[in-house]
Design a protein around this ligand. Structure first.
Ligand code: IZC
Ligand code: ZN
Length: 412
């Protein structure tokens, strides 16, 4: 019966309710001043405000003094390509000479480069590297994260990546939600035969991964020079039949119908959406799909930014923000930087931003019932910030403002 008390919280700020928040509700947060939280056996037992304590300090095993700082739910990282061999720093000189993301991919670099390095890496090498990333993320305030495969493409290597994630989910305090993404790139041998590869995914790979319980979600890169809308539809329909939740990388560089498809298929989330049009936004709203926006990727690609304000104000699409951590288009796993970009580039309010990095990504990865808000009965995942309020957190950038991360009622 481990008990932990966090006292002297200047402001406890959290969205309320275990579902994706859209429209004006995206900007509604509960704010409790001079608050305290009692955690017992990993869950939130009580929350009090105005200087009241939920119990005496003698009754608990650990007391943490928040010293008047801001406390929020632990951040939920909704989109990463976390397990990969090597890095891609060699692409920067090419980028600086004007090569675009898809130019590098079409020339056999980009994702293909990472696939080669990932196939060479051993389980142990990938485990150690990914463990380091998880430690870094927790230090930055993340307590739950999504992670994709997608750098193996062949079944054996994809399974290796998912096994790394499964083991880390058991060994590491981070909660990890795994996504299977064999349709991340078209291998040279399948160029012009994309349908054949999709069929291989459906006939052999998806059933195997499902049977082994290695992934909850399926994802596909619906993009020019990768997979088109119809191939994506066939792939996602089969995955849905097998019981996978659906995710789709849509409208990152070219709008080829990915976001429209995501809404039509009622995907749990649609990723990127940098160049989404009105039809796409209407479709996501209709389908109840969470828009998983990745502003650090826009920053790193030198691209435009997704129309987050219009999604919230005009279309009522629930907006989440994630890092997209990957070795090519976003080699940063700092979700705090994503929040800065949400403020300045998406012009979201601090309240909307908090929703976008807690309950909305939680809904986007199927964890809205257990994490993403500070409410009695939910997991005691929270962050004490070196900031008096959310405004400060969204304004400061380049520093780590997470003072202490608490996961399931324990300091990590
Ligand atoms: O390794 O480039 N967009 N997939 C789709 C990525 C970025 C990851 C990568
Ligand atoms: Zn991605």
């Amino acid at each position: 019966m481990a008990k932990l008390l966090v006292k002297n919280i200047g402001v406890l700020q959290t969205p309320v309710g275990s579902y994706a928040h859209k429209g004006s509700e995206q900007g509604e947060n509960l704010k409790l001043y001079n608050a305290a939280v009692l955690a017992e056996d990993g869950l939130i037992k009580a929350i009090t405000a105005d200087g009241q304590l939920p119990c005496s300090e003698e009754e608990v095993d650990t007391v943490i003094d928040a010293e008047g700082n801001l406390v929020t739910p632990g951040l939920v990282e909704g989109h990463t390509h976390l397990v990969f061999g090597g890095y891609r720093q060699n692409e920067i000189p090419l980028k600086l000479k004007g090569a675009g993301y898809l130019d590098i991919l079409r020339a056999g670099g980009g994702i293909m480069d990472t696939v080669r390095k990932t196939r060479e890496a051993t389980f142990e090498e990938l485990y150690d590297k990914t463990e380091g990333f998880l430690d870094e993320m927790m230090g930055l305030g993340v307590t739950t994260c999504e992670a994709k495969s997608g750098y193996g493409i062949d079944l054996e290597t994809e399974v290796k990546l998912l096994e790394v994630l499964k083991k880390l989910n058991e060994d590491h305090p981070m909660d990890i939600v795994s996504t299977f993404m064999p349709a991340h790139v078209v291998l040279p041998e399948y160029k012009g035969k994309e349908e054949e590869f999709i069929q291989l995914c459906i006939d052999e790979m998806m059933p195997y991964v499902k049977e082994k319980g290695l992934a909850e979600f399926i994802d596909i890169f619906t993009e020019d020079s990768v997979f088109d809308k119809e191939q994506s539809r066939v792939y996602l329909e089969a995955a849905r039949e097998m019981g996978y939740g659906l995710k789709i990388h849509a409208d990152e560089i070219e709008a080829i119908g990915g976001s429209v498809l995501a809404g039509e298929m009622k995907a749990t989330s649609a990723e990127h959406l940098i160049v989404i049009d009105d039809e796409g936004m209407a479709s996501l709203a209709k389908g109840g799909t969470v828009a998983m926006l990745l502003p650090a990727t826009s920053f790193y690609l030198g691209a435009t930014f997704a129309p987050a304000r219009r999604m919230i104000d005009e279309f009522g699409v629930p907006v989440a923000m994630a890092s997209d951590f990957n070795p090519g288009s976003c080699p940063s796993l700092n979700l705090q930087f994503t929040m800065n970009l949400g403020y300045l580039k998406y012009r979201m309010t601090p309240e909307e931003i908090l929703t976008a990095v807690t309950i909305n990504p939680a809904a986007g990865i199927g964890r809205e019932k257990t994490v993403g808000t500070l409410e009695v009965g939910k997991q005691a995942d929270m962050v004490i910030w070196n900031a008096p309020n959310m405004e400060m957190l969204c304004y400061r950038f380049g520093s780590n403002l997470a003072l202490q991360t608490i996961k399931k009622g324990e300091l990590v």
